[in-house]
Structure formats: C-alpha cells, structure tokens
Design a protein around this ligand. Structure first.
Ligand code: NAP
Length: 288
C-alpha cells in the first residue's frame, strides 16, 4: 500500500437559483403571448417581518415576468369576516387571475380555514381542498408551489423516477403531502415520515430520493443517507444568524449523488412555481 488517498467525490450541487431563472424566463415569454398580463392579488395581514419579505420577493418576481400584482394590506386585528369578504370580491373580479393569502396569519386567525374561501381556479398556492383532491385523483388543478419546485430539481438529476424509493420527511398540507403525491405520480415508491415515525434513520437509508421538510436544523445526518442518493433539503432554519436546512449538508455532500443547498436550492423554485401557477390560472381564465 502506498498510502495514497483517493480523491473524494462530492455530490452535484443542484442550483435552484439558476433553475428558477430559466423557469422565469420561459414564463415571461408565455406571459407576453397572452391577450393581457396575468394579475395576482396578494393579501398580507399584519406586520410579520418575514411575511413582508416573502411578499416583496413575490411581487418582484411578478415584475420580472410581466405579471401584474395587486397588494392588499390588512391590519393584524382584521376579522375573518373582513378577510373572507375581500377574497370573495377578488373571486368575482374577472381581472384577477390568482389570489395568494400570505400565511401564516396572526393569531387567532386560522389561515387554513380562510384560504378555503379562495376560488379553486384562483388558488395559486394549491391549498383549496378541491385542488388537494384533484392532485390525489391525478386530475388537472393548481398544485402547491414548493413541491412542484422540488420535483423540478429532482428531475434535473434523475430523468426517470419510475420504481425509485422516495422518502419524504414531513406531512404538511403545504409540502409533505403534495410532495408525496407528485412523487407517486412519477411512479416512485413513496414513504412519508413524520414526528411519530419509528426508526427514521433506517427508513432514510432506503431512499434513492430523500426529501426533508421538517423545520429542524441538520436533522438528517450523513449516516442516514444511502450512497448515491438524491437529497432535497426544503427546510429553512436560522441558526446563529445563518440559514441552514434540515440536512447536514457538508457531511452529506461526499455521500449523496446530488444535493440542494440552503439557501439557493428549493427556495427560489417556490417563487418560480408561484409565477407558473399564476400563468396557468390566467391561461384558464383568459383562453378557455
Ligand atoms: P410543518 O407544517 O411544521 O411540518 C413539519 C413536518 O415535519 C410535520 O409533518 C412533522 O410531523 C414533521 N416532523 C417534525 N419533527 C420531526 C422529526 N423529528 N422527525 C420527523 N418528522 C418530523 O412545516 P412545513 O410547512 O412542511 O415546512 C417544513 C420546513 O420547510 C420548514 O423549515 C419551512 O420553513 C420549510 N419550507 C420551505 C419552503 C421553501 O420555499 N423553501 C416552503 C415551505 C416550507 P407531524 O406531522 O407528526 O407533526
């Protein structure tokens, strides 16, 4: 033995920023071909600084692709009745194609309930129960943005998902459940894990595609990842003033075949797919 160490192979870093720019470019071209620009109404309730940043970024993305945005700011103490009345007006307004209620809402408002007032054809977050049902039934409908963005990134490194074992950690309505449905529609064998799952590391070690959406910094350890797996990190956590994901990125890089960074992975794709959904809603409103 000469004692030479082999060079370590690192995972391909899946660049969500670059992928999102390409999606946005394509959307801008399709927007320009419509009889009028699509219109997205964004409702922001209260003063949560993070929500303000998210809304600002969504409005910037609209400007970039030529979508008109209308922002409605309501006081934190607004009633459920007032928010629902605004949504119903926007549902009736034919010049509005998509409606986004920025979540979470300030307590005691229940965002999950109020969002149901949005007409399914304008529900660009894909949270209306009709759209949830359409996704499960394999029918056309608006689907949640982040899982669509995550699937787009998976497809960049894995063209044929048929028969692969996908493990999704997290079962939220916003991400985990729709992600599992999208992967199932790609013919993956899907396992959904959650806070009550037993032997999570063993289950993760079975995954060809491992998707983490928990909100727990660096929960997924290198020893949980199968050699050559594709790892998609959806988590956004602030640790010591830095954003980190739900997976131990540096430790997993030498094991995975491909991995998304945080920031710069799934995050930018969420806004790109919000634009995609707004375009789809406008297309349906204007051309069908
Ligand atoms: P959520 O509604 O809080 O759901 C978290 C899920 O993780 C739940 O299903 C929970 O299980 C599960 N969980 C909690 N602790 C666990 C553990 N120790 N082991 C296994 N599962 C566990 O969160 P979410 O809205 O899905 O978001 C998840 C993360 O993704 C957050 O960090 C969020 O900021 C991020 N996110 C990012 C984007 C983006 O654009 N990049 C978009 C959406 C979300 P139970 O159901 O049993 O409670």
């Amino acid at each position: 033995m000469l004692g030479l160490s082999l060079p370590m192979t690192l995972a391909q870093i899946i660049d969500g920023r670059a992928a999102a720019l390409l999606v946005l470019e394509e959307i801008a071209q399709k927007v320009a071909a419509l009889p009028r620009p699509p219109c997205l109404a964004v409702i922001l309730v209260g003063d949560d600084p993070a929500s303000h940043v998210y809304v600002r970024n969504k409005i910037k993305a609209c400007e970039r692709v030529g979508i008109t945005s209308r922002e409605y700011r309501l006081e934190a103490h607004s009633t459920q009745h007032a928010i629902t009345a605004l949504i119903e007006n926007l549902n009736r307004d034919n010049s509005v194609d998509g409606i986004l209620l920025q979540l979470p809402l300030p307590a005691p408002l229940k965002g999950d309930d109020i969002v149901q007032a949005i007409h399914p054809d304008k529900d660009v977050d894909g949270l209306n129960v009709l759209n949830v049902g359409r996704l499960v039934a394999g029918q056309d409908g608006l689907k949640p943005c982040t899982p669509q963005g995550a699937l787009h990134l998976i497809r960049q490194v894995e063209k044929n998902l048929t028969g692969l074992h996908a493990v999704v950690i997290g079962r939220s309505l916003l991400f985990g459940k729709p992600m599992a449905q999208l992967l199932l529609a790609e013919n993956c064998t899907v396992t959904t894990a959650h806070s009550k799952t037993k032997n999570l590391p063993d289950i993760c070690r079975e995954a060809d595609i491992l998707v983490a959406a928990v909100g727990s910094p660096r929960l997924v350890k290198a020893s949980w990842v199968k050699d050559g797996a594709v790892v998609i990190d959806v988590g956004i956590n602030r640790v010591d003033g830095r954003l980190v994901g739900d997976v131990d990125y540096e430790a997993i890089k030498p094991i995975a075949r491909a991995i998304t960074p945080v920031p710069g992975g799934v995050g930018p794709m969420t806004i790109a797919y919000l634009m995609h959904n707004t375009l789809s809603a406008a297309h349906k409103n204007l051309l069908t």
